[in-house]
Design a protein around this ligand. Structure first.
Ligand code: DX5
Ligand code: ZN
Length: 220
């Protein structure tokens, strides 16, 4: 399964509902929702009230990326406001195993993310317990940054590990995705591609469709 996960961090919040509809009409199935707390990352984005509002109008799969210190505190809140999947940062959790288990018990999909400087080896012990690993390909905190080339090897390493163990774990990438880096990450083994500025610049529907065309080449 290959999916484009548009990140609403790059949306025009004055027209958020309308833009989400445009993506839905273009065949997008996932929506990437970046929550930042001003502590784990320098910036603050948005939280539960925004997610709750868009949940009412959208059937998309809500992929919530928590860039939050001790995210365990908020699992139930994000489930209640409509998350279908919750991704936490390994670096942000005092007890990652317990946090992952709590997300699982809350009835949604579980993702674990690592920052560019965190090695894949730090999360291999928990691979069997998660649905997805999110490899950050920029420093978390802001949209519109440049893809960090060194991260490509991490995607390859993770893909090899997952295949070796025969696990059913998705590989998501996030940060600096554009026409060029899209094929780089897909070749390396990613199947869930987050894109913010690349999708929300210009015609959203057309942008989403052109990414879908590339994903379809990998699907078969
Ligand atoms: C960054 C966020 C990303 C961001 C990506 O911390 O996690 O999801 O929206 O933005 P682009 O695609 O513009 O790099
Ligand atoms: Zn993100």
């Amino acid at each position: 399964m290959y999916q484009l996960c548009p990140s609403i961090l790059s949306a025009d919040f004055n027209r958020l509902g309308e833009q989400i509809q445009q993506l839905e009409h273009a065949g997008v199935e996932w929506l990437h929702i970046d929550v930042m707390d001003g502590d784990f990352v320098p910036s603050i984005s948005f939280g539960m009230p925004v997610i709750k509002s868009i949940r009412k109008e959208s059937k998309l799969f809500f992929d919530v990326h928590l860039m939050v210190t001790e995210p365990e505190r908020y699992i139930q809140d994000f489930v209640d406001c409509g998350a279908d999947s919750i991704t936490v940062h390994a670096e942000a959790c005092e007890d990652l195993e317990r946090t992952v288990e709590r997300i699982r018990n809350a009835g949604v999909k579980v993702g674990v993310s690592i920052k560019p400087a965190t090695p894949v080896a730090d999360i291999t012990y928990i691979l069997k317990e998660v649905d997805m690993v999110l490899i950050m390909t920029v420093q978390p905190g802001f949209g519109g940054q440049k893809y960090i080339e060194e991260c490509t090897e991490k995607i390859e390493e993770l893909k090899a590990l997952i295949d070796e163990e025969g696990l059913d774990v998705d590989i998501q990438v996030d940060g600096g995705i554009n026409e060029q880096t899209l094929t780089t990450v897909l070749d390396a083994g990613a199947n869930l591609v987050v894109a913010g500025s690349y999708v929300f610049k210009g015609d959203l529907g057309e942008n989403a469709k052109s990414v879908r065309k590339v994903l379809d080449q990998y699907e078969n």
